[in-house]
Design a protein. Structure first.
Lengths: 444, 224
């Protein structure tokens, strides 16, 4: 190269030959820029997934650092569904609180309501009637099946098994039909109230639940035929999203994830509430600690919940579904109207034309609500996703002073990084789907 | 009704959302929850066992310095502890064979606005611990003032406290020293203020429409 040549090109060396000047064109200054740089660092890629993404299980945002297809770092960003439910509850009466908490984990509304009501009842120091407790167990287990079916359906959808999704939502609709008949609403029921239930079971519902119980085993078997034995399904799930018992407990992970790692920790067994100690059921576990184990645990739990529903139906006895104390009890002797709202003509007649005091009492109870003695409690129940805890503080007034919800999805989602770092990007989807977070509960 | 200063009267009630005008005949003043008196020994049940084991694990001197008050209420036990000893207690509670509180169920905040005592310790960090071995639950509570809202982070002892502490920071402005990345988690990153504090204004600016204006929610009647 002749550097003194005024015609020299700075990016292409040249030399004189017998056939004229020959230029040697190289890759410009790229070698200078990247020479000696780390081979892998060149492939480092930061991918943003979500919050609007069909495979992130709701409005969940993932920031993934990739080397090739390997995830080196997974960060989870939440808060896109934050609606300030905990704050809102502080400005409503204790009874109205149910209508807010039911909207948190919207796939398990009856668990939110029951856990909240158990906390309020513990603060009040009251016991709800036996029939109310049995119906709570009944609707919670129906709800658990519905929730697991959605977990299964979205699992299928995110893995590309779309028939799993359509079937899951189809079977869930059967459960929702039952819940609609019982509570008046498919979701966000506000059916469980402090002191008992909003209303009694409609006539004839026991028979319809039994009819449903009769067809359900075949539907569950259909899932096993469709997915369980399928090689693609197995290979997508096995050894994916591994988290052992130590990891689960350190990260506070409970529910099917903990049980898939082999620890039979189910609050219905270890800390019974609502009389679960008197029901005969098993706690399914797996020993694989991966997405496959979680899938099997959830499938098995559907069967166990059906056993509990059957026993709850058998022990339903006529009786009140709300506490006797008229200072707390919402008028519960309602009948369901065509619009889905409960009403009681006897009660209306009583307060409107017979007793002025009853009218005053009704007015005070509805507008102001009842008072709850000051103090704080923590109650936890086993929701479909794990330990659902309510820390409720009362200052003695008619409204909660503070309601904090320990939502299992919120806590379990922390395990995303532990489950997916070092794996393939496609396995991140499987890992999160196996956690089955509900963003309404995560963000509250 | 339990302990606490009582107020009587039928009308002019504030702070209850009462729109009926009658109000309560007897009510406990806000903050009754924290003015509960310390429970005397014996606490009853396994509570004494845990208290003894904890004192033994950290040493009686540290225990006496760390524990300000122990309250047993509604079958639940709460240790009100000084923040500088929180980590020592948590480590012992997790690791001691007689205690074994392996699972940290929840870390959250509560703002007792008007009842922080002379030191103004209105912000409480409430930690719920679960012993999976013995099937027990206890509660630790640390009170700090809004001017110095610093509490040591539990993330080193219980990694699960990570997001819970971020939420308590986001909502109450409690600063957890030693947390690996204490950022907002539910509210947007550029949000100002901590929404679940009791003195946080309830939303909005006055909205003007056709010359009339609607006040923000906390200036409306039922929220006063």
């Amino acid at each position: 190269m002749t550097t003194t040549d005024p015609h020299a090109d700075p990016y292409a060396g040249s030399r004189e030959t017998t056939e004229g000047r020959v230029f040697t064109v190289t890759g410009g200054d790229w070698d200078l820029t990247f020479g000696g740089a780390d081979q892998f660092a060149q492939e480092r890629l930061v991918v943003n997934m979500g919050p609007q993404h069909p495979s992130t299980h709701g409005v969940l945002r993932l920031v993934l650092d990739l080397e090739g297809e390997t995830v080196t770092q997974a960060r989870v960003v939440i808060g896109y569904l934050h609606t300030g439910i905990e704050k809102n509850v502080e400005y409503r009466t204790w009874t109205q609180g149910t209508t807010f908490v039911t909207r948190m984990d919207y796939l398990a509304p009856l668990f939110n309501e029951t856990a909240y009501c158990l906390a309020v009842e513990k603060l009040l120091g009251i016991e709800v009637p036996e029939r109310a407790t049995t119906i709570r167990v009944l609707v919670m287990e129906l709800n658990r099946i519905a929730s697991h079916l959605v977990g299964l359906a979205t699992f299928g959808m995110e893995m590309g098994a779309l028939t799993g999704m359509t079937n899951g939502f189809r079977e869930r609709e059967l459960v929702l039909d039952l819940l609609e008949e019982i509570t008046g609403l498919r979701m966000n029921h506000a059916y469980v109230r402090p002191g008992g239930l909003a209303q009694d079971l409609p006539p004839g519902i026991e028979d319809r639940i039994r009819e449903w119980l009769a067809i359900m085993p075949e539907r569950v078997a259909g899932f096993h035929r469709l997915l369980t034995g399928q090689p693609i399904w197995q290979r997508r799930l096995r050894d994916v999203g591994y988290l052992d018992v130590t990891g689960c407990v350190a990260l506070g992970v409970t529910g099917p994830i903990l049980r898939s790692a082999g620890l039979p920790w189910d609050l219905r067994k270890v800390e019974p509430y609502c009389g679960y100690e008197t029901y005969d059921f098993e706690v399914p576990t797996a020993d694989t600690a991966d997405a496959w184990g979680r899938y099997l645990v959830r499938m098995a739990e559907v069967g166990e919940s059906m056993k509990i529903i059957e026993q709850a139906l058998d022990r339903l006895r006529p009786g009140p579904v709300m506490v006797e104390d008229k200072k707390i009890a919402w008028p519960a002797q309602l009948s369901l109207g065509p619009d889905g709202m409960g009403n009681s003509l006897d009660h209306v007649q009583h307060i409107m034309s017979q007793s002025m005091e009853a009218l005053i009492h009704h007015f005070k109870l509805v507008t102001e609500g009842f008072r709850v003695p000051a103090g704080q409690v923590y109650t936890a129940i086993e929701s479909p996703r794990g330990e659902l805890g309510f820390h409720v503080v009362s200052d003695g007034g008619t409204r909660p002073f503070r309601v904090h919800v320990r939502d299992p999805s919120f806590t379990n989602l922390q395990a995303t990084a532990a489950m997916s770092e070092g794996g393939m990007i496609a396995d991140v989807i499987a890992a999160i789907a196996s956690v089955d977070p509900v963003m309404g509960g995560v963000d509250r | 009704m339990s302990e606490g200063p009582f107020r009587t009267g039928a009308f002019g009630v504030t702070g209850t959302g009462d729109t009926s005008g009658f109000g309560g005949l007897v009510r406990v003043e806000p903050g009754g929850a924290v003015t509960l008196h310390s429970t005397d020994r014996p606490y009853g049940g396994w509570f004494d066992e845990v208290a003894d084991a904890l004192a033994e694990a950290v040493g009686q001197q540290v225990y006496d310095a760390a524990v300000r008050r122990v309250v047993v209420d509604r079958g639940e036990i709460t240790w009100f502890v000084a923040r500088e000893h929180l980590l020592v207690l948590a480590q012992a509670l997790r690791d001691d064979d007689a205690l074994r509180f392996e699972l940290c169920s929840s870390v959250s905040g509560v703002d007792y606005l008007d009842s922080g005592g002379p030191a103004g310790e209105r912000l409480h960090v409430v930690v719920h611990l679960t012993s999976m071995t013995y099937r027990r639950r206890i509660r630790l509570e640390v009170a700090v003032s809004a001017e110095d809202p610093r509490v040591p982070s539990l993330t080193g002892v219980y990694p699960t406290a990570d997001w819970h502490e971020r939420e308590a920071f986001d909502m109450f402005g409690i600063v957890f020293d030693g947390h690996p990345a204490l950022t907002r988690i539910l509210m947007p990153d550029d949000w100002e203020g901590h929404p679940q504090r009791k003195d946080y204004p309830l939303g909005g600016v006055p909205v003007e429409y056709h010359g009339a204006s609607t006040p923000p929610p906390d200036e409306r009647r039922s929220y006063r």
